[in-house]
Design a binder for this molecule. Structure first.
Ligand SMILES: Cc1cc2nc3c(=O)[nH]c(=O)nc-3n(C[C@H](O)[C@H](O)[C@H](O)COP(=O)(O)OP(=O)(O)OC[C@H]3O[C@@H](n4cnc5c(N)ncnc54)[C@H](O)[C@@H]3O)c2cc1C
Length: 479
């Protein structure tokens, strides 16, 4: 056994390869995958949970010998079939260690499977923190980097912009370190690479001294915020909006770094009991009595209507309650198109509300910002960006209608040069994506070079990056 652990994977006889992989193989009866939103599901031929880099090499070796593809997955929070496969799945959750913390140079090196919550805790011990975080910290760092996950702030890029270097295991079993100086093409393709360039084995990421945020929340009429968008969006380091179209109200959140002591806002009764549990029950009723959804949206808007101020650790302010499993879609539009885009969407929703049989959407519409970057497939590449997202919850996991609303929303966003979030389901094909991303063909060239056999290409990648006719509902929970 000892000699096999030091052997090259290609020299290990097949029988021994199976034996070596056995301890990291998920038992077949448990080898199912469903994403967090309960919208996509698959049954991989085998799920592996490697505990070290050599295990990853062995999985790749077996895949090569058996002619299988390998889908790397984090914890399946992507609201699409991005992580799905019926072939080999390599789940990174046991590759979850912090490898180095450099407080002086302010960076951390971590394995890709670390959950952001754990990373925040480890960074806090060293008085450090991530500069920007999205709405949750339940995802893996690898998943965040591979999809250009973002927080909000006109001067803060998507989280991938903090990545300094990656260590990758390529399809041929070789390892490579890439950064802006070393293999820059591979680096700029991989930091929003949706799992296609190789297995990310470690991530070096810039961080900053730990900080608290002071968040002020206020509600305004839609027109007040949209007519004076610059004033609002640029008025704090991290600004985000939650729009309740049924009331035409925008709840605005403005956060700045502060030295003030912690003083969290909100109460369990108000935010958890009413804002989470009661709302879920009401949304469940709304499945049967559709008119209720408008009333529930108004109630949710009222619950958060008072001005509030809170001070807490950065990541606790960045994170919010995203409630329950859900259908969701989010698109990035150039900042200068924000007002026109939101007004067109408001006109659309107004017509729906006026129609007795029209759509009664869930809430809120989330509006966030990220700085321009140069990452090839980052939806923020080339311009200051506004992210606009909608959601249809699945109360207690039950289905709700969403397809017409999402299709109409996507058509509007597309008309305003919108680009879909890579982690979320969308309908764009290479012909459209190529026009939106000037480096789209460079990305294709890199993945053809580093993975000529397409070992890392699942159905999502085949459909959206290669343009193959793969049914978008292939992995749908309800076909
Ligand atoms: C409730 C909720 C809130 C969210 N909030 C935000 C938000 O605020 N902002 C935002 O931008 N997004 C948000 N997302 C989206 C989320 O950040 C992404 O879907 C993220 O990819 C999920 O990470 P994961 O660990 O679940 O990855 P998975 O969904 O399992 O995988 C995502 C992708 O990452 C690739 N990948 C993962 N690990 C590796 C690796 N080691 N090497 C190579 N490729 C890898 C996979 O191949 C796949 O393509 C949210 C999602 C949910 C469900």
């Amino acid at each position: 056994m000892a000699s096999q652990l030091t052997a090259r994977p290609s020299d290990v006889p097949l029988e021994n390869l199976y034996n070596l992989l056995e301890p990291i193989t998920v038992p077949p009866e448990k080898a199912h995958f469903t994403n967090w939103g309960l919208s996509f599901t698959c049954t991989p031929a085998t799920i592996f949970e490697p505990e070290n880099e050599f295990h990853c090499e062995l999985v790749l070796e077996l895949a090569r010998r058996e002619g299988k593809t390998v889908r790397v997955a984090g914890v399946g929070h992507s609201p699409s079939d991005l992580a799905c496969t019926n072939e080999f799945m390599l789940r990174t959750t046991k590759l979850n260690r912090v490898l180095e913390v450099n407080t002086e140079k302010r960076y951390v090196v971590a394995q890709p499977g670390i959950i952001l919550h754990d990373l925040h805790a480890q960074l806090a011990k060293n008085n450090l923190a991530m500069s920007s975080v999205g709405s949750i910290s339940d995802q893996t760092l690898g998943g965040v980097v591979a999809t250009a996950t973002h927080g909000s702030g006109v001067n803060y890029g998507v989280i991938s912009t903090s990545v300094m270097a990656l260590s990758l295991l390529l399809a041929d079993g070789s390892r490579v370190t890439c950064s802006r100086n070393e293999h820059p093409d591979l680096f700029l393709a991989s930091i929003c690479g949706i799992g296609t360039t190789g297995i990310i084995l470690s991530i070096q990421m810039e961080v900053e001294p730990a900080f608290r945020l002071r968040e002020v929340q206020q509600s305004f009429p839609f027109d007040e915020v949209i007519e004076r968008l610059d004033k609002h969006a640029f008025s704090a380091e991290h600004v985000r909006f939650w729009w309740f179209p049924s009331r035409d109200v925008i709840r605005a959140s403005y956060s700045n770094r502060t030295d003030e002591p912690k003083n969290p806002a909100g109460s369990w009764w108000w935010h958890t009991f009413l804002g989470h549990h009661v709302i879920q029950f009401l949304l469940f009723l709304g499945r049967y009595f559709v008119f209720l959804n408008t009333w529930i949206a108004n109630f949710a808007c009222w619950l958060v209507s008072g001005d509030s101020t809170g001070v807490d650790d950065s990541y606790k302010i960045f994170n919010v309650d995203c409630r329950y499993p859900q259908f969701t879609t989010e698109w990035a539009v150039p900042y200068e198109n924000t007002q026109a885009c939101l007004r067109e969407f408001r006109d659309y929703l107004r017509k729906e509300y006026q129609d007795p049989h029209g759509i009664r959407p869930h809430f809120p519409v989330e509006i966030r910002f990220s700085a321009s970057d140069d990452i090839w497939l980052s939806p923020s590449s080339g311009h200051l960006t506004t992210w606009i997202g909608i959601v249809q919850y699945k109360p207690y996991g039950f289905n709700v209608p969403y397809r017409k609303l999402f299709q109409d929303f996507e058509d509007i966003l597309f008309r305003h040069q919108g680009k879909p979030h890579w982690a979320k389901a969308h309908r764009l094909q290479p012909d459209s994506l190529r026009k939106l991303y000037p480096r789209f063909d460079d990305f294709r060239a890199v993945i053809d070079r580093v993975d000529p056999q397409g070992i890392f290409r699942n159905e999502y990648v085949q459909r959206h990056i290669l343009g193959m006719p793969i049914d978008p509902r292939f992995f749908k929970k309800r076909p």
